[in-house]
Design a binder for this molecule. Structure first.
Ligand SMILES: Nc1ncnc2c1ncn2[C@@H]1O[C@H](COP(=O)(O)OP(=O)(O)OP(=O)(O)O)[C@@H](O)[C@H]1O
Length: 265
């Protein structure tokens, strides 16, 4: 285990949807999970394993039935989603989800920069901030640095997703959640967005939890891998042990027969 301070602590997180149905099973079943500051954790698991429910609980989109959540030592179990927005940010699978289409790139960035704070975005659009935004956009390597006043509605799905990523990191959150954020993109664009992700995470030393169905990506990315099944964490490896994993060994170990998880891209 690392000696770094803990960024995320989930204790006994439990959530059951539709409890009154006889066939209902917990989506989260007493999940204990601690993530150290600076870790890049990859979360895998078959359909219905509980991955999105875990991310939803961390982001505050759902309330757990039982259990507690802390980020950077602060108890956030009952904190409203907008009140945890300065602590935890998220990039969704859908490129349309993370940006405001009717606003320009610079307006979106100004809002993201003030996430969790109350100032009005427009007041921040000074030449000084525009210079900073150009630098940030350059990091994406998508040529957006010269299009600050372009409406986001005119961007491609990949460009919007890269902008969503930037918007999720510029406020320097304690925890970045990536929810299959490259899965809806074509392979080439997915690689570029993943490259921008790795640069953004490393340059800002962000603590990250990423869900993916792509086993090759899961093996190649991050320093810790966890697998969920039926609402529980069933596998948890880090560092050298993670680095020695192969797609074949994981498939054999967990008898994975989910085609999506075996996709190479
Ligand atoms: N809002 C909801 N209402 C009812 N049931 C839900 C809801 N969200 C999730 N579930 C159920 O909880 C279980 C876990 O779902 P979850 O979406 O967390 O799995 P997942 O690992 O993200 O799966 P996938 O890879 O298919 O997205 C599933 O049985 C799912 O049907």
């Amino acid at each position: 285990m690392s000696n770094a301070p803990l960024t995320l602590v989930c204790q006994g997180l439990t959530k059951t949807f539709n409890k009154d149905l006889p066939e209902s099973r917990p989506a989260l079943n007493k999940v204990d999970l601690s993530i150290a500051k600076g870790d890049f954790v990859v979360l895998i698991g078959g359909n219905g394993a509980g991955k999105s429910t875990l991310l939803n609980a961390i982001a505050g989109a759902i309330q757990p039935d039982q259990g507690a959540l802390q980020i950077s030592g602060q108890n956030i179990t009952h904190l409203a989603p907008h009140k945890r927005a300065s602590l935890v940010t998220r990039v969704f699978q859908d490129p349309m989800a993370g940006t405001a289409a009717a606003m320009t790139i610079e307006e979106n960035l100004a809002i993201a920069e003030r996430r969790g704070r109350s100032h009005r975005a427009r007041r921040l659009l000074t030449d000084g901030r525009r210079t900073v935004y150009r630098e940030w956009l350059k990091e994406l390597e998508l040529g957006l640095e010269n299009r600050l006043d372009t409406s986001v509605a005119l961007l491609s799905g990949g460009q919007r997703q890269a902008l969503s990523l930037l918007m999720a990191v510029v406020s320097q959150p304690a925890l970045l959640l990536l929810d299959e954020h490259t899965a809806a993109l074509d392979p080439r664009t997915a690689d570029r967005v993943m490259g921008a992700t790795l640069r953004a995470v490393s340059e800002r030393s962000l603590t990250t939890l990423m869900v993916t169905h792509n086993m090759s990506q899961a093996i190649a990315t991050g320093n810790r891998l966890i697998m969920m099944d039926a609402g529980r964490i069933v596998f948890d490896v880090r560092d050298a042990e993670k680095a020695s994993l192969t797609t074949e060994s994981l498939v054999e170990r967990f008898q994975i027969d989910n085609d999506r998880m075996l996709l190479k891209h």
